[in-house]
Design a protein around this ligand. Structure first.
Ligand code: GLC
Length: 569
């Protein structure tokens, strides 16, 4: 149900023809930037408590700078009881104690700016923690001034109409609270009550919080799960067949654009900030309405259709090509999107989209890096993917820390569900697969902590780690740096027109990027076998700009997981 729910809400389904002014190729720093995502809990621990922290991150800024990336997107670092690892904020103006202090934050930002790195903060605004002052007030009585900061359903009205909760142990999004004899709404866990965006007082407070961070000098915001902020608050009972139109009830209500316009006016327009939303709505039209420049809402969004293709492993490259090509063409002239294959809500990129078989893992990781960094859209790269980090493949429930897994486990236990099947699925696809500590070196706990890591380190850290890859000129890490340099030095890879070649080839993804008479050809073999490339492009006079093999194949056959970018004009 969860994936069905998210799929219905976050993925496009309609066709859309554009009717806006052309702004897609107008240069902007955030279009040319490469974003590196840091999951702070797992990056570097400085004080031995087993949890990554801001001082740890500061100690690794030179490493991040050495990658050549421009921006760090930091998952939430605000005060939080950590029901959902920081996505349940109890104070938006202070730092989670496990991560450090505000002085550490100031030092982090200073250290980043000194190195020319920008910082994007993650704003969790669809919900807060139930431990936030607003919610404590809100639940205290029906007459409290904060009552309408959240969605309540008074018990005299009967049981509220069913709404699905993604993380709740009963999948029920309404939780009864005896204090005021009413139910509150939580799309995510019970500890994440949904904020009521229809209340102007809430909006004013939120914009104030955003200005607090902007005044500190941060460089952008990622809006977490924001499309859920505008929901149908009349909460009608679901009619038959409602599944086909879930989003009508749950998200992307017309109010969303008003909220974003207000946010833009109150915050984005006043500072040199970049803004990106998680999710791009249900249609190309939704996505354009979020990001087309003349609408003054957001700079970009990230759509999930591509990244979700390999959610449970096994996928068809033809489908992959089709999805990425259609999103590119919908945004070829107007608007801007991001390009990514991983984040903290997914299992590891190389394990899902290619292979973590040691025989091919390096080449496969390099091939995926070539893809992400040669497509149109702002690339987002998740920490550790530059090393080719893989799924740890946990086998017992005790190894998981993500409450999504733990709650679902309890749900299935209570419902006599198929635990074996569930654990098998989680083994491959749980979010913890993508959250294991960064592998710095081959010492105990991969150099991440001197204490006990909050989540087990992947056993392959002795071979996959930054120190080892640093020394190896042919490592995934050094290839990633090379590919970053190529993208940064060649605007054709940022703005150039994308054209898919060899569409029906089931193993090879081939496309050109073209601008001002310069034409690049990207060739990617997504398989572990040699694969023929059958398009009529003549490579005899082409210049190879990068390849993950010592010599890129000039003929019509690519090596396993071969990747190359050729200049053909
Ligand atoms: C977003 C975050 C995810 C979190 C959820 C609830 O999808 O990326 O990690 O659990 O929102 O805040």
């Amino acid at each position: 149900m969860r994936s069905f729910f998210l799929r219905c809400l976050l993925i496009f389904s309609l066709c859309y023809s554009t009717a806006f002014s052309q702004d897609g190729n107008k240069p902007a720093w955030w279009k040319e930037a490469i974003v590196y995502q840091v999951y702070p809990r797992s990056f570097k621990d400085s004080d031995g408590d087993g949890i990554g922290d801001l001082k740890g991150l500061i100690s690794k800024l030179d490493y991040i700078k050495s990658l050549g990336v421009d921006v760090i997107w930091l998952n939430p670092i605000y005060q939080s009881p950590n029901d959902d690892n920081g996505y349940d904020v109890s104070d938006y103006r202070s730092i989670m104690k496990e991560f450090g202090t505000m002085a550490d934050f100031d030092a982090l930002l200073k250290g980043m700016h000194e190195r020319g790195l920008k910082l994007v903060m993650d704003m969790v605004l669809n919900h807060s923690s139930d431990e936030h002052y607003w919610f404590q007030q809100s639940r205290s009585s029906r007459n409290n001034p904060y009552r309408n900061y959240y969605h309540w359903w008074n018990a005299e009205r009967g049981t509220p109409p069913y709404r699905y909760s993604i993380f709740d142990v009963n999948h029920d999004a309404w939780k009864y609270d005896s204090l005021s004899n009413a139910y509150y709404l939580h799309y995510f866990s019970r500890k994440q009550p949904d904020l009521n965006w229809e209340n102007p007082a809430l909006r004013t407070e939120v914009f104030d919080i955003m200005r607090f961070w902007a005044d500190k000098g941060i460089d952008g915001f990622r809006l977490d799960a924001f499309q859920f902020a505008a929901k149908d608050t009349t909460f009608p009972p679901f009619p038959q067949g409602y599944e086909k139109e879930l989003s009508k009830y749950y998200a992307m209500g017309p109010g969303l654009h008003d909220y974003l316009k207000e946010m833009n006016e109150a915050v984005f327009s006043k500072y040199p900030l970049m803004s990106v939303a998680e999710g791009a709505g249900n249609s190309f039209e939704d996505a354009h309405n979020l990001v087309d420049a003349n609408r003054k809402e957001l700079n970009m969004a990230y759509a999930f259709e591509g990244v979700d293709i390999a959610k449970s492993g096994g996928y068809s490259l033809l489908h992959f090509k089709e999805v990425f090509s259609k999103w590119d063409s919908a945004f070829a002239e107007n608007g801007w999107l991001s390009i990514f294959l991983a984040n903290h809500d997914q299992a590891r990129m190389v394990s899902r989209f290619a292979t973590d078989d040691p025989a091919y893992r390096d080449k496969a990781s390099m091939m995926l890096a070539t893809f992400v960094l040669s497509m149109r859209g702002t690339p987002y790269y998740y920490y550790g993917d530059e090393l080719g980090m893989t799924n740890p493949y946990f086998t017992s429930i005790g190894q998981y820390k993500d409450m999504q897994v733990l709650n679902e486990y309890h749900h299935l236990t209570n419902a006599n569900g198929d635990i074996g099947k569930f654990l098998k699925e989680m083994h491959f696809s749980s979010r913890d697969n993508g959250r294991t500590p960064f592998q710095w070196n081959d010492s105990l706990h991969a150099g991440f902590t001197t204490g006990m890591p909050w989540l087990e380190v992947n056993k392959n850290y002795k071979t996959i780690n930054a120190a080892a890859e640093e020394k190896d000129p042919n490592s995934v890490l050094n290839y990633f740096r090379k590919m970053v340099r190529l993208r940064k030095s060649d605007k054709t890879l940022v703005y150039g027109k994308y054209t898919l070649l060899d569409k029906t080839n089931p193993h090879v993804y081939a496309y050109t990027r073209e601008q001002d008479g310069r034409k690049l050809l990207v060739l990617l073999n997504f398989s572990s076998k040699k694969a023929a490339f059958i398009s009529g492009v003549d490579l005899s006079k082409a210049k190879c700009l990068i390849s993950n093999y010592a010599t890129a194949s000039k003929g019509r056959t690519l090596q396993p997981y071969e990747a190359a970018v050729w200049q053909i004009q």
